[in-house]
Structures are given as C-alpha cells and as structure tokens.
Ligand binder design. Structure first.
Ligand code: NAD
Length: 476
C-alpha cells in the first residue's frame, strides 16, 4: 500500500519500504513506504493548503461527508476487520467491534456539529462580550498499534468536524487499516489534503511532524516515554498537545463482589486484545477472605481461553502484535520466576505446536502471591499476564492501587455503595468503573492522570482540544 498525501496514493521520497507482517503467521502481508522528513513536509504543506477551504466549509457539510464515510465503513466492516486482524493479531470479533467503534465515534461527532459555537457574555457597565471558536489549522495525529482504527477515530473525528486538517502517522507495523479508512473518507467526499497519511518510523516521521512549524496541535497516543519526548519537542513551538499514554490499571475485588461477574470482568479486562489495551487490568487486588475462591475460578477460566490465529473460528485470544512485545513479556515472566516474586498458576510459556510456531503467541498467564517489588506491579505489563495481590481491606487496596506513576483507569467490584463512593473519590484515575472494566463510549471523556497523559478524547470536551477560543469585547 502507498501513503496518502493530498488525496493521492504516493510512495516515499526515500524509495524504501518496510514489511508488514501477520503476527499470527509471520507471513508478509504488504509493504508500505518508509517515509522521510521530506514526505512529512509535503504532507503538512498539503494539509495547510487545504485548511482555509475546509475551515470555511459549513460544519453541516463536513458532518455529511463524515457520516457518509461512517456508512461505508459499516458496509465494509467484515473486510476491514479481516485486514485489522491480519496486521494487528486480535480475534476477528474484536476487530469487528473496533471497526464499528470507528463508525460510532465518527457519527457521534457528526451529531455535535451544531454544538461548538461561542457565547454571549454580559459584562458590567453596558459592555458586551462574545466568544468565538475557530479551528486551529494543521493537526498531527500519532497512533499506536494496539487499537489503530478506534484511536484514529478518536483523533480525526473531533479534529475534522471542528474544521482542522490533519497529517496522521500510523504505528509502523499497523498502517494498513488506517490507510484504507483514510481512502474511504476521501471517497466519501473529503477534499484532497484534508487528511494525509505518512507511514514510517516514529523517530523520523513522528518527530518531524511534531517539530514542523505549520503543525499547531499534536494528538499523540502511545507509551509514556515517547509521550514525554513528544511533549519536549512540542514545547519548543509552544504547541497544543493531547497525550494519551500508558496505564497500569488496578482492579479491586471486594469480599462482597459477585465473584462470577468479577472473574468474567478480569478475563475480558486482562486478555482482550491479548492484554494490549491501555486500560487493561494490569494489577488485580482481591480481598484475602475471598481470594482462594476467586483465584480458583479465575484460574479455571483462564485455562479455558482458546489461543490462536484471530481469523480462525472460536478464538478468544490472538498473538501479541510483534516480536519485541513478546520478548518483553517473556522477560517479565522469567524475572518473576528467577526472583521468586510470584507463583505462576496458569500459562507462563509460549504455547507449543505447529499452529503457534511462526506467530508471536504467549499463553494467558496468571501469577498469584505477587511480591510488591515485582516488575509485574511496577511496569506497564502490555500483554497477557495477570498479577494478583491479596489485600486485607479497601484501604489497603486503594493505597496499593495508587502506588503507581500512572492514572488511566481503575475498577472496583462491590455491592456496597460506601465502598463505591470511597473508591471513586480516592482512586487516582481518569476513568473509574464499578463492577466492570474496559468499557469506553464516544460520549464519555477518556484520558488519564499522572504519567497516563494530558487532555481528553471522546465526549464534547475533546472538541475544545481542536478549537481556539477567542474573546471579543465591545464598547457601544
Ligand atoms: P509507542 O510510543 O512506541 O508508539 C506510538 C506512536 O508514536 C507510533 O506511531 C510510533 O511510531 C510513534 N513514535 C515513536 N517514537 C516517536 C517519536 N520519537 N516521536 C514521535 N512519534 C514517535 O507506543 P506503542 O508501543 O505503539 O503503543 C503502546 C502504548 O500506547 C502503551 O503504552 C499503551 O498503554 C499506550 N496506549 C494508550 C492509550 C490511551 O488512550 N491512553 C490508548 C492505546 C495505547
């Protein structure tokens, strides 16, 4: 596949390509151009030239185009989901959810089209004051590989509906779905240059985008370490940034929780997308009094998970997305074993058999009695390993849960309203779930505290991240 600049499919000036590999089979699926700084310049120029016209297109017309694109995405859902599974690895059903999520987010922002106007503000001494909201100009969207379609929608929908133009940089190893979705938007009527996609390495394409003086805002999703680099570079140009970074979400299971529901919640919360979700359950704290029963049920359910190629039938969990990620997970598990910092009661290995020999598979893994100093509790475990820690009560659980630099999501499982209130008030997280984990919706603001980032995506508030608010004061 080629990059997309100014409405055309183009190759990179480097003349080089890199391989996109199916993580379940190790097969080459496609090649994409290895973009350069020069490609970024051309793409930003295209977005800049398209800006005035797009910004002065009526918001209703912008919405009509995005709405048409959402309809085509729904019609082509299966084909897009197959592509997503082939490049990313997740089971087909999860890919379908993600593609539907893309269309939902697009449609949600179309529905907000009449909502982002300024205000009239009366001021003392017969003064009149107004505010107006204007698009910012060229925005950059930098996307990770774990949920490429959904995160693309989170960024492009508010940006485009607000009248901005975009240059999007997909993750190096999952650009295909992003490119196909962008071509659907173009076919639906998005004028050339309004959305441009440059593929290639983060250090080159990502950094040149962030540094480009014509780029007014950067919306980045990825690791905290990369986010800090992006923030540092953006500060040089005093640019607006939204940073959606990593997380180490705690799940707290109280002694009055419905344990069956909590087990399914932990299963989905941890092993959805092979554990590669920013808000996955990355640390589980269970009250001592119910720990034995809960762990027994959890272990049995984990052993029942069917691992395999996401395009095959009845698969619960696919492979990790890439070799580096699987090596990291293997290293974390080996570290626990070596230092005797926890007991592996399920999984812990690369599955055996020819079906797994060429992909990046790892067994769904349960580690109990995890020691506080273990890397499993200190780092963002972005893979299918669930560390469980026993706690005496809610106070101890919250203290442990907050013992992290992250603050993305957290969940509390209880029927007791006082515990719900305490958890909501004291857990340090941007989103707190009660008796569920992982659910997101286009209507609900999403974003973390601490090293999980700055700013929000989703919901009406995300629109203001893409609009400049000007105040006008009149004396008559
Ligand atoms: P990553 O930081 O390695 O890469 C993210 C994107 O940044 C990629 O497109 C990459 O090419 C680009 N990039 C890399 N170096 C760059 C640089 N120096 N300058 C500019 N861009 C650069 O992250 P990843 O491994 O692709 O994604 C996994 C991470 O994303 C996890 O930490 C996960 O928790 C996080 N994540 C967060 C959210 C959220 O909304 N908070 C959602 C999904 C994923």
């Amino acid at each position: 596949m080629k990059m997309q600049i100014n409405g055309k499919a183009v190759e990179s000036y480097s003349g080089e390509f890199f391989d996109i590999i199916n993580p379940a089979t190790g097969e080459l699926i496609d090649q994409v151009p290895k973009g350069t700084e020069y490609d970024v310049e051309i793409a930003v120029e295209a977005a800049s030239s398209a800006f005035n016209c797009w910004a002065s297109t009526s918001p209703q017309q912008r919405a009509r185009i995005l709405y048409t694109a959402a309809g085509v995405v729904r019609q082509r859902k299966d084909e897009l989901a197959i592509l997503l599974t082939r490049e990313q690895g997740k089971p087909f059903a999860e890919s379908k959810n993600e593609i539907e999520g893309f269309a939902n987010v697009l449609e949600y922002y179309c529905g907000l089209v009449s909502s982002f106007h300024g205000d009239f503000i009366p001021v003392p001494q017969n003064g009149y004051s107004f505010t107006i909201k204007k698009p910012l100009g060229v925005c950059a969207a930098i996307i990770p590989w774990n949920m490429p379609a959904l995160i693309m929608a989170w960024k492009i929908s508010p940006a485009l509906i607000a009248g901005n133009t975009l240059v999007l940089k997909p993750a190096s190893n999952t650009p295909l779905t992003n490119l196909t979705l962008a071509s659907i938007l173009s076919e639906a009527g998005l004028p050339p240059g309004v959305i441009n996609i440059v593929t290639g390495p983060g250090e080159v394409v990502g950094e040149s985008l962030v540094k480009n003086p014509q780029v007014k805002k950067i919306s980045f999703t990825g690791e905290a370490r990369t986010g800090k680099r992006v923030a540092e570079l953006a500060a040089g140009g005093m640019k607006r940034v939204t940073l959606e970074l990593g997380g180490s979400d705690p799940m707290i299971v109280c002694d009055d929780a419905n344990l069956e529901t909590a087990v399914s919640g932990a299963l989905r919360g941890r092993f959805y997308n092979c554990g590669q979700t920013c808000t996955a359950v990355k640390r589980l704290f269970v009250f001592e009094s119910v720990a034995e029963e809960f762990i027994k049920k959890l272990e049995a359910s984990i052993r029942n998970l069917r691992v395999g190629n996401g395009l095959h039938e009845n698969i619960d969990m696919g492979p990790l997305n890439n070799c580096r990620q699987r090596e990291y997970i293997k290293e974390l598990v080996a570290d626990v074993e070596e230092k005797d910092e926890g007991r592996i009661v399920a999984g812990g290995r690369v599955p055996e058999g020819s079906a797994y020999s060429r992909g990046y598979f790892f067994e769904p893994t349960l580690v109990v009695d995890v020691q506080r100093e273990s890397r499993l509790l200190k780092e963002e475990v972005f893979g299918p390993v669930l560390p469980v820690v026993q706690v005496k009560n809610l106070e101890e659980a919250i203290e442990e849960a907050n013992n992290t630099c992250y603050g993305l999501g957290a969940s509390i499982w209880t029927k007791n309203i006082d515990r719900v209130r305490t958890g909501c008030e004291q857990l340090n997280a941007g989103i707190i779930w009660i008796n569920q984990h992982l659910k997101v919706a286009p209507e609900v603001p999403f974003g973390g505290a601490g090293e999980s980032g700055i700013g929000k995506e989703n919901g009406p508030d995300a629109l203001s991240e893409y609009l400049d608010l000007k105040a006008l004061m009149l004396k008559i």
